[in-house]
Design a protein around this ligand. Structure first.
Ligand code: SAM
Ligand code: SF4
Ligand code: F3S
Length: 441
């Protein structure tokens, strides 16, 4: 058996791609290991959404130079979004790389690796970024055993002015419902209890198929062996009444929506090309909460976008206090060359960006804690994930609203549904105690 080490950066889409590449590489004799030193093949699956993501990958590629010079037979490849963006430049910058494969070509990975095994030489292929790929037909080797990702679409058509994703993932393409159901069934048959339907904007799913996202969700909700269904990401402009309706009537669809708003100032939203106003977003939130009262809402926020004044930033703070998100991923705006915003005038000074993000995080943390405190002494259904990384006696799991819960380990195992009473709510997690026998498992 040949040994494979995969290092995955970036979002869930990359996790799903890595699982598929592992599936293909298993077909030519590779098994996954955890350490770099023993690997015959090292894959770095990269992200380029912000510079920090690229720096991490470049750092790792640099580190691996020493290992490669000690063990020249080791094959070292870079895949994913940074590979797509940089192409040949990566080989120029790091000549010890054997191959660079873009996001449209990962279905070729086994052929490329076999070619290098026999002939050596370097390969760079970043073609087919928009094309129909064969990737959707590949059986993945899934990480974990309880919860897994099912990509339902690829690419993005939205071109938010700060974002590199449409350039490195190509135009939006939806998978056929048949293929999606086959994949879900395969995951359920191997024991997975929870799935997350994945796409950059799942609410626009369905173009070129005979279904839409609401219909897809309704069908997935009927799969009997599945306990929970999640989806991400939703663009506020496309979240339809039909989807809200299905969420409120569905049994397995969890009460959580990740609904990135990015900003709370109409001026900035317009410059970002988000095509909604703060008021429209607030109305949408009201509609969702009226239909699904116990919904948890999370979001993404960017500070320091070009032209963001103190007034705009104050509007953002005001806005998050109005919406009261359960949690938010907060980012400092980062110039991505090739995107429109990178050449907007009025770029914001780094010091100001840092001050603003600190204020934003403090404001959101206060809200997250207040929200979690309302859960104290209440009992929630938890899907058990496994042992906590720091304490073997503690298990972790999630509420249907996607909140992380820690509790003392009893007789449960990963994949069980149990009831836990929350005793110590904190900003980012909740601690609790089991209050009854398992619900299932
Ligand atoms: N498609 C999803 C969406 O519409 O929100 C996810 C896109 S991206 C993978 C995840 C988040 O990264 C975005 O929601 C945005 O907040 C952030 N992001 C994207 N480009 C950025 C940039 N240039 N600087 C800072 N944050 C960025
Ligand atoms: Fe990027 Fe906007 Fe597409 Fe999300 S919707 S991936 S933020 S361009
Ligand atoms: Fe995801 Fe990063 Fe690519 S966030 S789509 S891996 S640029």
């Amino acid at each position: 058996m040949k040994k494979l080490k995969i290092l995955t950066y970036g979002c869930q889409m990359n996790v799903a791609d890595s699982e598929r590449m592992e599936g293909l590489l298993r077909g030519i004799g590779y098994t996954r290991i955890e350490n770099f030193e023993d690997a015959d093949l090292v894959l770095i699956n990269t992200c380029c959404v912000r510079e920090t993501a690229e720096d991490k990958a470049f750092g790792k590629i640099g580190e691996l130079k020493r290992l490669k010079s000690k063990k020249p037979s080791m094959i070292l490849g870079v895949t994913g979004c940074m590979a797509q963006k940089e192409g040949e430049n990566l080989i120029k910058r790091a000549p010890h790389l054997d191959f660079v494969l873009g996001t449209g070509q990962i279905s070729e990975i086994a052929r490329v690796v076999e070619g290098i095994e026999t002939l050596r030489g370097q390969v760079v292929d970043i073609s087919n970024v928009d094309g129909k790929t064969e990737i959707e037909k590949i059986s993945p080797i899934r990480a974990g055993s309880v919860s897994t990702f099912i990509p339902i679409m690829y690419g993005c058509n939205n071109f938010c002015t700060y974002c590199i994703v449409p350039y490195v993932r190509g135009r939006e393409r939806s998978r056929s419902p048949e293929e999606i159901f086959d994949e879900i069934k395969e995951a359920v048959n191997s024991g997975f209890k929870e799935i997350t339907l994945l796409g950059q904007n799942v609410n626009s799913y369905g173009k070129g198929t005979n279904t839409n996202f609401a219909q897809l969700l309704a069908e997935v909700d009927k799969i009997s062996e599945l306990e929970r269904v999640r989806f991400m990401t939703s663009h506020p402009k496309d979240l339809s009444d039909e989807v809200i309706e299905i969420m409120s009537s569905g049994k397995k669809i969890c009460e959580h929506i990740h609904l990135p708003v990015q900003h709370g100032s109409d001026k900035i939203l317009k410059k970002m090309n988000r095509v909604y106003t703060a008021e429209k977003y607030l109305n949408l939130v009201e509609k969702i909460r009226a239909k699904i009262p116990d919904i948890a809402l999370t979001t993404d926020l960017i500070v320091g976008f070009p032209g963001e004044t103190e007034e705009d930033f104050a509007e953002l703070l005001d806005f998050i206090r109005k919406v009261r998100f359960d949690a938010a991923f907060t980012f400092i705006y980062n110039k991505r060359s090739g995107t429109p915003a990178a050449i907007f005038p009025d770029q914001i000074d780094e010091k100001i960006k840092i001050r603003r993000i600190e204020e934003l995080i403090a404001a959101q943390n206060e809200i997250s804690l207040e929200k979690n405190l309302t859960m104290k002494d209440k009992v929630f259904e938890i899907l058990v994930e496994g042992e906590s990384k720091t304490d073997k006696n503690v298990f972790t799991g999630r509420t249907r609203t996607n909140k992380l819960v820690l509790f003392r380990h009893g007789n449960e195992k990963p994949g069980d549904l149990v009831k836990v009473k929350i005793t110590q709510p904190q900003t980012w997690l909740l601690k609790g105690v089991r209050v009854d026998e398992k619900i299932t498992g």
